[in-house]
Design a protein around this ligand. Structure first.
Ligand code: C2E
Ligand code: MG
Ligand code: MG
Length: 576
């Protein structure tokens, strides 16, 4: 494999920048003499393409034409010629020639064999053109699509390709490797204190140090923002991926810890690094990246400036069973509670709805968040009765808001287990049983769940749209859905995941992504909501981009029902 991190040749850059010129082309003819094909005619343009005058090639006076064909392309060209001659068919081919000045040129050749009276091909007539500029532009475009423009490192897509190949190779040879996920600690501070230009310079220097600290066969990529990826492969990784990952992580930390002479001062930055190993931590690029990301967060949680190896979650089935059996009684014991978080119209600063978020008042453990008990509920099937309970409670509240002339809707998270036509019909029947119109309730489906086979979703979508029920795609941006899928789902709303909002406004990549999502939603006539707004700066940024809706601690944390109702009926509503 060629060095994946090598910056492209300066000639490529010239090629991309050059404007299209008239193609140089020339005609030629070859004759079959003895066992050889010899050039017997060529136009004068051959000199501008190859640097040699026609007389040099004719009758092999000084050199054969084949001698200037690039060695890597020679045998392919010869076999194509022979095949075309045997089949009596015209041929078209692109290959490289070495110009007299030593440079490489791309040429496009066309031709066909001419037969004698006995039907034997004795002559080839053709022409060729210099297509170097076009080839270089194509190569440059292909390079741009797979590289980060700032650092010229491979981007995430190219990294995934390399990783997929590495996993397959490791599988074949019974060896292994590692993925390192690197996040710079407090990079945002650099941007905020010294500006984006310095932030960018720092990223370029970091990229250089990462590249210099890795071996030639390893792949260093920019994942986005201040996040980088390293694929560790080769002999030591194959023998002991864990030790190889540890060594590379140590080298990277040492290299990045040295000062950066920027903005007339010495800047320091530390990384949090997470690693996943293959094949033990996953057999797909996506899983390995996810696990390396989780390990990186573990390094952050442990105080930053550190390295952590991915640890698979411990599935303690006895604890899970205990949670499940307690959960079963939670509803009867009145331990479940719905909190509401305001959904705010960002331009008017008024509350237009509320997301219902489940809480469990555990008798011993205290208030539990959904992340602590929903996985057990999902695995044991308890999620279905719990969702019915959430829906009913949210409808009771929505009814109350209606009765108080409050123009608000309740938004409910539907788990994947509820994503069946019969369950959707039950949702609609429940809403109707409270005398509510369908637009008083919105259902939220995570983008990941919305990735179910579209054919399976179709009956539900038909039901949802027929009844006028509104659908929001939750945690948008994390689930890899496509534009095509979005238009099939026809949601009323997308909820931009908090992971994008949290880095605003400092992180330029996050800004571009959020702006793209807002613009796309607006063009498709879909409402757009930003989740997790925590700061005035994030709010201003989102407002400036025209994001219509938001949710987050800046406005209000999720509140118990009574407190939420006090908020909306009190003075605060308009001042939110
Ligand atoms: P979600 O639907 O994306 O809900 C938003 C989550 O972000 C909530 O966490 C909310 O408390 C939190 N959040 C809101 N604003 C901010 C902010 O400014 N900063 C930060 N750091 N967090 C913020 P919560 O309540 O822990 O819920 C987590 C997830 O659990 C929800 O994500 C949803 O997917 C799921 N969930 C919650 N309630 C239910 C439910 O009744 N049924 C189902 N199936 N899932 C639920
Ligand atoms: Mg939600
Ligand atoms: Mg969400």
């Amino acid at each position: 494999m060629s060095d994946p991190n090598a910056a492209n040749h300066p000639r490529d850059r010239e090629g991309a920048a050059a404007t299209v010129r008239v193609l140089h082309g020339t005609s030629y003819a070859f004759e079959h003499r003895g066992e050889r094909w010899v050039m017997c005619a060529a136009g004068p343009e051959i000199e501008s393409i190859t640097g040699y005058p026609p007389a040099d090639f004719i009758d092999h006076a000084r050199r054969s034409y084949g001698s200037i064909v690039h060695p890597e392309d020679y045998s392919g060209m010869v076999s194509l010629f022979q095949d075309a001659i045997e089949r009596r068919a015209p041929y078209a081919i692109e290959y490289r020639v070495i110009h007299a000045d030593g440079s490489t040129r791309w040429v496009q050749g066309h031709g066909r064999g001419v037969c004698d009276a006995g039907g034997n091909v004795t002559r080839i007539d053709g022409c060729f053109f210099d297509v170097t500029e076009r080839r270089l532009s194509e190569e440059r475009l292909a390079h741009l699509a797979l590289h980060d423009p700032l650092t010229d490192l491979p981007n995430r897509a190219l990294f995934q390709e390399h990783l997929t190949v590495a996993i397959a190779n490791a599988h074949r040879s019974g060896s292994g490797g590692a993925v390192l996920f690197i996040d710079l600690d407090d990079f945002k501070l650099v941007n905020d204190s010294f500006g984006h230009a310095v932030g960018d310079e720092l990223l370029v220097l970091v990229a250089q140090r990462l590249r210099d600290s890795c071996r030639a066969g390893d792949v260093v990529a920019r994942q986005g923002g201040d996040e980088f990826l390293v694929l560790v492969q080769g002999t030591s990784a194959a023998a002991d991926p864990e030790a190889a990952a540890q060594t590379v992580a140590t080298n990277l930390r040492v290299a990045l810890a040295k000062p950066y002479a920027l903005a007339s001062t010495d800047l320091y930055i530390t990384p949090s690094i997470g690693a996943s190993l293959f094949p033990s931590d996953g057999d797909s690029a996506e899983t390995l990246l996810k696990h390396a990301d989780i390990a990186m967060y573990a390094a952050k949680d442990a105080g930053r400036d550190g390295y952590r190896l991915y640890q698979p979650p411990k599935r303690d089935s006895s604890v899970e069973l205990a949670i499940a059996s307690q959960l079963r009684q939670a509803e009867r014991r009145d331990e479940l509670e719905l909190y509401y978080q305001p959904i705010v119209d960002l331009s008017q600063s008024c509350i237009v709805g509320a997301e219902a978020l489940l809480r469990w008042n555990h008798p011993e453990a205290g208030l539990l968040l959904p992340g602590e008990f929903l996985p057990a509920a999902e695995r044991t099937g308890l999620i279905r009765p719990m969702t019915a309970w959430v829906l009913e409670r949210a409808c009771i509240e929505a009814r109350r808001w209606c009765d108080h002339d409050l123009d608000l809707y309740a938004s409910i998270n539907l788990p994947p287990a509820y994503w069946q036509p019969a369950a959707i019909r039950r949702v609609i029947a429940t809403i109707e049983s409270f005398g509510l119109s369908a637009d008083r309730v919105m259902i939220e489906l995570t983008e990941e769940a919305a990735m179910t086979d579209i054919a399976d979703l179709e009956p539900m979508l038909a039901e949802i749209h027929a009844q006028g029920l509104r659908l929001a795609i939750d945690d948008f941006g994390t689930g890899h859905s496509s534009l095509g899928r979005l238009s099939r789902l026809r949601p009323s709303m997308i909820k931009i995941d908090r992971s994008f909002v949290k880095d605003l406004p400092g992180d330029r990549d996050a800004g571009v992504l959020v702006e793209t999502m807002i613009t796309m939603a607006s063009k498709l006539g879909i409402h757009c909501l930003a989740e997790g707004i925590e700061t005035e700066a994030q709010l201003k940024f989102l407002r400036d981009l025209g994001c219509p809706l938001g949710q987050g601690y800046l406005y209000s944390r999720p509140l118990p029902t009574a407190r939420f109702n006090a908020l909306i009926t009190g003075e605060e509503r308009r001042a939110a």
